[in-house]
Design a protein around this ligand. Structure first.
Ligand code: GSH
Length: 205
């Protein structure tokens, strides 16, 4: 049997999609959460000096999306054909672009970066959010299935549903995107995902 060890900080962040793939698959793994005090001693031993990190039978794999893609392939959450897989990857890459665009807002909001949160919200976050969520809305219309790509769950549904849930919990206005609110609720009520959400460690982000 394959042994999985997943290492990240004690937060959802870039690690949560991986944990949700494993939860959906019912796959046992070691959920290793390191503290900021432990991290400096571990950093140089990781492939790129960052977390998350998945170890598969002791072999390390870095980069959250590479890990998600690998596990999604193992557990059939990558779409039903190469074309769907490519569409999932395109949305995932767009999610990274959106995250980079809005990064200064998210960092300031979490207290990790400089700047006035309200100014960054107006100038940085809201334009990025509207642009990206318009793309997501188009994807939902195109699939017509309630999932972003094709007619079944893929790992990008898990990633986006969690991000939407985080935004909704912070009071974000989904008035223009009721379809994405419904998407988040639908994905997060899948029994294995709901069970994980109900029992996972409670963290602020
Ligand atoms: N592109 C990487 C991924 O998606 O895995 C980014 C990873 C990343 O930014 N990791 C941060 C980290 O390891 C935490 S979210 N920070 C500690 C450090 O850089 O020393």
């Amino acid at each position: 049997m394959v042994a999985y060890k997943f290492t990240y900080f004690n937060g959802r962040g870039a690690g949560e999609v991986v944990r949700q793939i494993l939860a959906y698959a019912g796959q046992e793994y070691e959920d290793n959460r390191v503290t900021m005090e432990e991290w400096p001693a571990l950093k140089d031993g990781t492939p790129f000096g960052q977390l998350p990190l998945l170890e598969v039978d002791g072999k390390p794999l870095a980069q959250s999306h590479a890990i998600a893609r690998y596990l999604a392939r193992e557990f059939k959450l990558n779409g039903k054909c190469p074309w769907e897989e490519a569409q999932v990857n395109a949305l995932a890459d767009q999610f990274k672009d959106y995250s980079s665009e809005a990064k200064s807002y998210f960092y300031a909001k979490m207290g990790f970066g400089p700047g006035d949160v309200e100014t960054l919200k107006k100038d940085v976050f809201l334009p990025a959010f509207e642009k990206f969520y318009t793309f997501l809305s188009k994807a939902l219309k195109q699939s017509g299935s309630g999932f972003l790509i094709g007619d079944g769950l893929t790992w990008i549904d898990l990633a986006i549903a969690q991000h939407s849930a985080d935004l909704l919990a912070q009071g974000a206005d989904f008035g223009k995107f009721p379809d994405l609110k419904a998407h988040s609720e639908k994905i997060q009520s899948i029994p294995q995902i709901k069970k994980w959400i109900d029992t996972r460690p409670v963290t602020p982000f």
